[in-house]
Design a protein around this ligand. Structure first.
Ligand SMILES: *[C@@H]1O[C@H](CO)[C@@H](O)[C@H](O)[C@H]1NC(C)=O
Ligand SMILES: *[C@@H]1O[C@H](CO)[C@@H](O)[C@H](O)[C@H]1NC(C)=O
Ligand SMILES: *[C@@H]1O[C@H](CO)[C@@H](O)[C@H](O)[C@H]1NC(C)=O
Ligand SMILES: *[C@@H]1O[C@H](CO)[C@@H](O)[C@H](O)[C@H]1NC(C)=O
Ligand SMILES: *[C@@H]1O[C@H](CO)[C@@H](O)[C@H](O)[C@H]1NC(C)=O
Ligand SMILES: *[C@@H]1O[C@H](CO)[C@@H](O)[C@H](O)[C@H]1NC(C)=O
Ligand SMILES: *[C@@H]1O[C@H](CO)[C@@H](O)[C@H](O)[C@H]1NC(C)=O
Ligand SMILES: *[C@@H]1O[C@H](CO)[C@@H](O)[C@H](O)[C@H]1NC(C)=O
Ligand SMILES: *[C@@H]1O[C@H](CO)[C@@H](O)[C@H](O)[C@H]1NC(C)=O
Ligand SMILES: *[C@@H]1O[C@H](CO)[C@@H](O)[C@H](O)[C@H]1NC(C)=O
Length: 498
């Protein structure tokens, strides 16, 4: 069933490509229009979220008190320990009713739904001891902020499958301000915790909830597969340090849909490990789909890749993104020492309002786990397409800096219209060590990207060329490509022959 659905999708993709429909074309499936990307998102396993788990308990049955003062860590742990006996019987649901449930870090199990009622608030303890220490991630080699171990997230899971965190817009509140103070006044002993971290897990749905005031990054899936994050609100003050929204890290098949995020740093940051540790661990982030994201990011980016990208990042598709009141619209952050790669990135339908820099490639981000990093480990950056962008009240159109001896290649920009607020020359495009192509960009694009996108660039510009192919070319491709597609297992990584 899954397999045949998959083949139908591959065929649709192929037909779309061969007919030369525009790459984000919609078509009718059973009479209703659907875009390719949302098809892909829906392919993730949502079944659990609608499904009623056969067993359910309420947190109060385990002695929890929702007064905002009583510490309920034991109640959460005991409830989840009890529910473990239902894991092989269809799983179980932990219901959190209205109330303010103060707790320290607790562990999830497989086949579990945590369901937060409308006025339920899970409150993170403000004592650092209630967030015990855990080992650094192997792909980071140490805590991100400080050497050694790191505090464990409030909601934590490792080596799990089939986990759902959902509800009727209940809230998970990290009460992070105390951690921001410890960070600002340099009294932290270990790296700050995330609000939710799932590690080495498969089949995750996080939906219909609000997450606020995380001590550090808010939702951090790391070494995970099949992750759906849908219809969540993530909030933290503009000034709060490093309160990223969603950071898929060395994870694949991730779908982020219909989210509103307003934090002090990047709304979504796609990562894959840090310098030599990330290179050695070698687990990329790939097949990441982001749709209908709205938000503001303080000084950060709407969507960022990096700066930790040493395990590689590829196949990122972002569409229908609205960013306002932010430092950067789309950001790529890397550095000598990172190694790894970023390739096959596609951003389309981007709306920017009051954003300082619309597109920013920062190749000197710095920050290394070790002073002795290898400066010759250069990142490979290629095939990045950004198209259909409208910006109002933008200060700098694009600051695109590659590295000397490491040109960022095949950067393709199409249909970009930015209203720049200042008139100085420095406020439009500034490119160095960049190669690529462009169509219809205003203000006038920088010299290295001035070449138009012609059909012969169809392999260079990621997903930007289908509509430019000649009919003769399309015909010649048909038989070859179907054979190739049927024997390969990744529809989105297919490379068409010239
Ligand atoms: C979806 O989850 C259900 C259980 O929740 C499982 O039985 C099924 O195999 C999963 N399907 C996929 C495609 O992962
Ligand atoms: C979110 O809530 C809506 C309305 O209750 C429901 O239809 C939908 O299935 C939920 N989504 C997920 C992914 O849980
Ligand atoms: C997860 O798996 C790793 C490797 O097998 C193991 O070392 C670790 O203890 C497991 N952790 C949990 C919480 O199961
Ligand atoms: C989003 O979540 C809210 C509750 O948080 C729910 O009422 C609404 O139906 C959800 N929307 C979708 C599209 O799932
Ligand atoms: C959920 O709650 C948040 C915070 O109270 C609110 O901003 C958001 O609009 C609510 N979402 C829905 C879908 O009702
Ligand atoms: C740092 O911030 C914490 C939390 O607000 C506060 O308790 C502590 O006194 C501060 N320490 C210094 C040295 O300012
Ligand atoms: C750091 O360690 C010191 C000494 O053990 C302790 O007093 C302090 O509370 C710790 N700070 C944090 C934020 O945990
Ligand atoms: C992840 O889980 C697998 C299988 O349980 C295990 O072999 C591996 O060591 C785990 N990795 C980590 C980092 O926990
Ligand atoms: C962009 O700026 C020009 C003049 O600076 C103005 O005429 C135009 O209306 C602006 N466009 C938008 C979409 O704000
Ligand atoms: C472009 O950026 C470089 C390096 O940041 C800077 O030195 C230069 O002045 C900028 N050029 C323009 C025209 O803004």
């Amino acid at each position: 069933m899954k397999r045949s659905f998959y083949i139908v999708e591959v065929l649709l993709l192929l037909i779309n490509t061969l007919l030369g429909l525009s790459d984000d074309a919609t078509w009718a499936v059973n009479g209703s229009p659907q875009s390719l990307q949302s098809c892909y998102c829906k392919r993730g396993n949502y079944s659990g979220s609608g499904e009623i788990r056969p067993h359910s308990v309420t947190i109060t049955e385990f002695g929890a008190v929702g007064d905002g003062v009583t510490l309920n860590t034991k109640a959460f742990q005991n409830a989840i320990f009890y529910l473990n006996s239902f894991a092989d019987k269809g799983g179980a649901k932990l219901f959190v009713p209205a109330g303010r449930w103060l707790t320290g870090s607790f562990d999830l199990i497989s086949h579990l739904t945590v369901w937060l009622d409308k006025d339920a608030v899970i409150l993170g303890s403000q004592r650092s001891d209630d967030w015990p220490l855990t080992e650094p991630l192997p792909s980071y080699g140490r805590g991100r902020e400080l050497p050694g171990r790191r505090h464990r997230s409030l909601i934590y899971g490792r080596n799990l499958t089939d986990i759902i965190i959902t509800g009727d817009n209940g809230t998970v509140d990290g009460q992070g301000s105390i951690w921001w103070d410890w960070f600002e006044n340099k009294t932290l002993n270990y790296t700050r915790p995330h609000l939710v971290e799932l590690m080495n897990s498969t089949g995750i749905v996080i939906s219909n909830l609000t997450f606020i005031n995380s001590p550090f990054w808010t939702i951090h899936p790391v070494y995970c597969s099949q992750v759906t994050i849908q219809n969540v609100t993530i909030l933290a003050p503009r000034e709060s340090p490093n309160t990223d929204g969603i950071d898929p890290d060395s994870s694949d098949n991730v779908c982020i849909e219909d989210c509103y995020i307003s934090t002090g740093d990047d709304l979504v940051a796609i990562k894959s490990g840090w310098d030599e540790y990330g290179i050695l661990y070698g687990r990329p982030s790939t097949n990441i789909f982001i749709h209908r994201l709205i938000g503001e990011s303080g000084r950060g980016s709407g969507i960022a890749i990096g700066s930790e990208m040493s395990g590689g990042v590829s196949q990122v598709h972002a569409e229908n993104i609205q960013i306002f009141n932010s430092g950067t619209g789309i950001g790529l952050k890397t550095s000598p020492g990172r190694g790894g790669y970023v390739r096959d990135i596609y951003v389309s339908n981007l709306n920017l309002v009051d954003v300082e820099t619309a597109i920013r490639f920062n190749s000197q981000f710095g920050e290394h786990p070790k002073e002795s990093y290898d400066p010759k480990a250069l990142p490979l950056i290629e095939r990045i397409t950004i198209k259909e962008v409208v910006g109002v009240n933008i200060k700098y159109a694009g600051i695109l800096e590659g590295l000397q001896g490491d040109t960022f290649a095949n950067i393709c920009l199409s249909n970009i219209h930015l209203n720049i607020t200042t008139t100085s020359k420095t406020s439009s495009w500034n490119c160095s060590n960049i190669q690529g192509y462009s169509n219809l960009v205003s203000p006038k694009i920088c010299e290295p990207l001035q070449e138009r996108i012609y059909p012969e660039h169809h392999l260079d510009c990621y997903r930007l060329s289908n509509h430019l192919w000649s009919p003769i070319r399309r015909k010649g491709l048909l038989s070859f490509s179907i054979d190739k597609l049927m024997t390969e297992n990744m529809p989105s990584s297919v490379h068409f022959p010239v």
